[in-house]
Design a protein around this ligand. Structure first.
Ligand code: 5GP
Ligand code: ZN
Length: 147
C-alpha cells in the first residue's frame, strides 16, 4: 500500500464511521435531492429538446440516443422514479402514457408497421434515468429475443 492509498483509506474510514459517517450520508442524500432530474428539466423547458407532445399529465420528446428511426420517450410530468413507485391512484396516468404512445405512433406513421413499447425498471431492467418513461421505438423491424 502506497502512502497515498493509506491516506485515502484513513479518509474513507473517517468519513464513513460514527457521527461523521451519518453526516456524510445525510450530505450525499441532500445533494442527490438537489441535483435536478434531466427529464424534469426537459418537461419544465429548462433543457433544450423538441417537445413532441404535452398535456397536463404527460410529455413526450425524442430520445437523445435513438435506437431506431423512431425513438420517443413518453414521461409523466410528475417526478415518479420508476414502476416501483406507482400507486393505485396512478392507474389513469399509466393509461394516458399508453394513449399518448398510440397517438404518436400514428403521427410518426408506424402504427401499421408496428412498434415496441418498453419500460425499463431498476438496475436489472437497464433503467438509466430515474424518472419513469415509456420508450416508443419503431421504424424498423425489432430484433429478438429480448432479455
Ligand atoms: P432507460 O435506459 O432509463 O430506460 O432510458 C433512458 C433513455 O434516456 C436512454 O434511451 C437515453 O438515450 C435517454 N436520455 C438520457 N439522457 C437524455 C437527455 O438528456 N435527453 C434526452 N432526450 N434523452 C436522454
Ligand atoms: Zn424527474
Amino acid at each position: 500500500m502506497t502512502r497515498w492509498d493509506e491516506k485515502q483509506a484513513r479518509l474513507r474510514a473517517f468519513l464513513t464511521r460514527g457521527a461523521v459517517g451519518d453526516l456524510t450520508v445525510a450530505l450525499l442524500r441532500s445533494l442527490a435531492k438537489m441535483s435536478p432530474c434531466i427529464f424534469c428539466k426537459i418537461i419544465q423547458g429548462e433543457s433544450p429538446g423538441a417537445i413532441l407532445y404535452r398535456d397536463e399529465q404527460a410529455t413526450a420528446f425524442h430520445d437523445a440516443h435513438p435506437a431506431a428511426p423512431v425513438h420517443i420517450l413518453i414521461v409523466p410530468n410528475r417526478h415518479i422514479v420508476s414502476v416501483n413507485e406507482l400507486e393505485p391512484g396512478d392507474e389513469p396516468l399509466i393509461g394516458r402514457l399508453f394513449s399518448v404512445a398510440r397517438q404518436l405512433a400514428q403521427q410518426e406513421g408506424i402504427q401499421e408497421s408496428g412498434y415496441r413499447l418498453i419500460v425499463n425498471t431498476g438496475a436489472h431492467g437497464g433503467q438509466t434515468v430515474p424518472h419513469l418513461h415509456l420508450h416508443l421505438i419503431g421504424g424498423q423491424r425489432m430484433r429478438h429475443p429480448m432479455g
